[in-house]
Design a protein around this ligand. Structure first.
Ligand SMILES: Nc1ncnc2c1ncn2[C@@H]1O[C@H](COP(=O)(O)OP(=O)(O)OP(=O)(O)O)[C@@H](O)[C@H]1O
Ligand SMILES: [Mg+2]
Length: 565
C-alpha cells in the first residue's frame, strides 16, 4: 500500500514533462524516457496491487474466522436459559448475516482505506506542488463534501441495524415454520404463515431499500460537488494559462492529479458506508460476545471425581426470569444407588427441579449438594460427566446410529456400541435398518419412531455410564408395547446408579425407593409407594385419578421389576 501511493502519484506527475518536453519542446530523448517510465510504473503498480489485495484479504478473512470461532465458543458457553431467551433464528442470523457485514467492512473497506488515504496524500502532494493556489481553490469544496459523508454514514448505520433485526425476525420465522411444518400443514395454516412471512419479508425489503437509498444518493452528491470544483478550477486555471502565468503542462498535470484524486475519494466514501454498516453489525456481535454467561465455573472450582454418599436438594427455591416462584423450599435426598421418583401434576416443577442438578439453571435459594459439597463448587464439565439424562424429547443428530449412540467418542469400538444397544433393547430394530449401525437417521432422528429414538437415547446413556441418572417422563409418549421395551431398557440402565425419575404415569414408579409429591413447586408428601397410598393424601388422589375403573394394579409389569423399580 505504501509503495502504491507514490507510484500512483507518479503518473499525473509525468504529465507535465510529457506535455511540455515532448509536445511543446519536441525533445525526442523524452520520447524514450517517459513511456519507459510509465511502463515500469504500471508493472510495479500491478505487482504491489496484487500483493496488497491478497495480504489484506488474508488479514480480513483471518479476523472473520477468529470472530466466528469466538462467537461459537461463546454460544456454547451460554447457559440453557440464554437459548430460551434467544430464538434459534436470531442466533443463526447473527452468526451469518452480521458476520458477513463485518466481513464486507473488513475485507473491502478497511483494507482499502489505507491504500486510498495513501494515494490521496500522494496525489495531493502533486496537486500542491504543481499549483498551490489552484489546489487551495479545489480544497474549498472539501468541507462541503465532508458533511454529506458523515451524515450518510450515520444514517446507514441506523438502517443497517434495522435491516439486521429484520433479518433476524425472518430467519426465526423460517426456522419455526420449517421445523414445525407438520403442524402448519395439519392445521392448514399455510395461508396464514405465508401472510406472516410476506409481512416480515416486506419489512426486510423496506429496510434494505432505505439503506440502498442512502447508498444510491451518496455517489451523485459527491460527484456533483466534485464537478462544481472542477468548473471553478477550469475557469481560474485556464485564465492563468491564457495570461501566461502557467504552462499547459503544469495545468494538465494538475488536472490529471485532480481527476485521479476523485477515484480514491469516491472509494473512501463507499468504504465509509460499508464500514458504518460493519460497525452496526459489529456492535451487535460484540454485544453477544460481551454477554457474561450466567452460569460459570468458580475460579477455584474442583473436579467431581465420584459420587460416594448422596445427592441432596437442600431447601431449594427457583424462579425463571419471569420472576414467578417455580420451586419453593424443596428438600430431596437420594442415597447412592437409590432410585427416587418425583410425581406431580403437569407444571408442578418436576423438569425444572431436575434441570438444577446438571446446572442447566442455578438455584435462586438453597443449594444442590453432592456428598455435602455445593455443586456450584464443581466444574460444570466434571459434574455433567457424572450425569446421564433421558427425557421425552430425545435429541439426536443427523448422523449414523453408531455415532449417535457413541456421541462425542467416535473412536469407540463397534462392539461396545452394540453392547449398549443390546442393553437398551435397540439392537434388533437397528439391525433391521438398511445400513444397520451406519444408517443415517435424519435431523433429530426423524426417520425413527418415538420409541426407537428413546431407546437410542438410552443406549447413549448406557454407553456414557454415568453414576447419576435423570429420567424425565422417559416413557410418557410411547404405546404400551414400546413402553415395555423402553421400560426394560431403562431398568437395565438404572442398575447400580443413583436415579431420579419423573413421571405422570404412576405405574412406572411403583418400585422407587421413595416417592416425592410436588404440587405448585412445593414438596407436599414423601415416602415409599404403599405408605403414600395408604396415607390417602395427594398421591392417593393422583393415583386414584389415573387408575379409576382399572381395578387394582398388578405388581408391576411381569418379569421386569428389579430391586429398585
Ligand atoms: N424456561 C421457562 N421460563 C419460564 N417459565 C418456565 C420455563 N420452563 C417452565 N416454566 C414454568 O415452570 C413451571 C414448571 O414447569 P416444569 O416443566 O418444571 O413442570 P413439570 O412438572 O415438568 O410439568 P410436566 O409434567 O408437564 O413435564 C411451569 O409453570 C412452567 O410454565
Ligand atoms: Mg416436565
Amino acid at each position: 500500500m505504501i509503495a502504491l501511493a507514490p507510484l500512483t502519484a507518479a503518473l499525473p506527475y509525468l504529465v507535465k514533462p510529457a506535455l511540455d518536453e515532448i509536445f511543446f519542446n519536441k525533445d525526442s530523448r523524452m520520447l524514450i524516457y517517459i513511456p519507459a517510465a510509465v511502463a515500469a510504473i504500471y508493472v510495479l503498480k500491478g505487482l504491489f496491487d496484487f500483493g496488497q489485495y491478497y495480504l489484506m484479504s488474508y488479514i480480513g478473512q483471518s479476523v472473520i474466522r477468529d470472530l466466528r470461532d469466538e462467537m461459537y465458543r461463546k454460544l456454547e458457553e451460554m447457559s440453557v436459559g440464554f437459548f430460551v431467551r434467544h430464538p434459534t433464528g436470531e442466533l443463526l442470523s447473527r452468526m451469518n448475516n452480521d458476520v458477513s457485514l463485518v466481513q464486507g467492512a473488513m475485507t473491502n473497506a478497511i483494507t482499502g482505506v489505507v491504500r486510498d488515504v495513501g494515494q490521496i496524500i500522494a496525489l495531493l502532494f502533486v496537486v500542491f506542488y504543481r499549483d498551490w493556489k489552484l489546489a487551495l481553490l479545489a480544497m474549498v469544496i472539501f468541507p462541503l463534501a465532508i458533511y454529506p459523508l458523515l451524515n450518510f454514514g450515520r444514517r446507514l448505520k441506523r438502517y443497517s441495524r434495522r435491516m439486521l433485526v429484520s433479518l433476524e425476525d425472518i430467519t426465526t420465522r423460517l426456522d419455526e415454520t420449517i421445523s414445525g411444518i407438520r403442524i402448519v400443514k395439519a392445521f392448514a395454516m399455510e395461508d396464514y404463515e405465508r401472510e406472516r412471512f410476506r409481512a416480515e419479508n416486506q419489512k426486510l425489503f423496506n429496510a434494505f431499500m432505505r439503506r440502498f437509498k442512502v447508498r444510491a444518493l451518496s455517489n451523485p452528491v459527491m460527484e456533483t460537488l466534485g464537478g462544481l470544483g472542477v468548473c471553478a478550477i477550469l475557469t481560474y486555471g485556464g485564465y492563468q494559462v491564457i495570461g501566461g502565468h502557467s504552462t499547459p503542462g503544469t495545468f494538465f498535470s494538475f488536472i490529471a492529479a485532480l481527476f485521479m484524486l476523485y477515484e480514491p475519494i469516491k472509494r473512501l466514501n463507499e468504504a465509509n458506508m460499508t464500514i458504518q454498516e460493519g460497525v452496526a453489525a459489529g456492535e451487535r456481535i460484540f454485544g453477544l460476545l460481551d454477554t457474561p454467561p450466567d452460569i460459570v465455573d468458580q475460579p477455584d472450582a474442583i473436579e467431581l471425581d465420584a459420587v460416594r454418599e448422596e445427592v441432596l436438594f437442600d431447601r431449594v427455591s427457583f424462579s425463571y426470569d419471569t420472576g414467578e416462584q417455580v420451586l419453593e423450599d424443596v428438600t430431596l435426598r437420594i442415597k447412592v444407588g437409590e432410585a427416587i421418583a418425583v410425581v406431580g401434576e403437569s407444571g408442578a416443577g418436576k423438569s425444572t427441579l431436575f434441570d438444577l442438578l446438571p446446572r442447566f439453571y442455578d438455584v435462586t435459594a438453597g443449594a444442590v449438594k453432592i456428598d455435602g459439597t455445593d455443586i456450584r463448587r464443581f466444574t460444570q464439565r466434571s459434574l455433567r460427566q457424572k450425569i446421564g439424562i433421558v427425557t421425552q424429547q430425545t435429541i439426536l443428530f443427523d448422523d449414523t446410529v453408531r455415532n449417535n449412540i457413541a456421541y462425542g467418542r467416535p473412536d469407540l469400538p463397534l462392539e461396545q456400541v452394540v453392547e449398549a444397544a443390546k442393553a437398551a433393547h435397540a439392537h434388533t430394530f437397528i439391525m433391521n435398518m438398511p445400513q444397520g449401525y451406519d444408517t443415517v437417521i435424519g435431523e433429530n432422528g426423524i426417520k425413527l419412531s418415538g420409541g426407537e429414538r428413546q431407546r437410542i437415547a438410552i443406549a447413549r446413556a448406557i454407553l456414557k455410564d454415568p453414576p447419576i441418572l435423570i429420567l424425565d417422563e422417559a416413557t410418557s409418549n410411547l404405546d404400551s408395547d414400546s413402553e415395555k421395551a423402553v421400560q426394560t431398557a431403562l431398568e437395565e440402565l438404572m442398575k447400580g446408579r443413583t436415579t431420579l425419575v419423573a413421571a405422570h404415569r404412576l405405574s412406572t414408579i411403583r418400585n422407587a425407593n421413595r416417592i416425592y409429591v410436588l404440587a405448585h413447586g412445593r414438596m407436599i408428601e414423601d415416602g415409599p409407594h404403599d405408605e403414600l397410598l395408604a396415607r390417602g393424601g395427594e398421591f392417593a388422589r393422583l393415583y386414584n385419578l389415573q387408575f379409576a375403573g382399572q381395578g387394582p394394579p398388578s405388581n408391576g409389569p411381569s418379569g421386569v421389576s428389579t430391586a429398585r423399580m
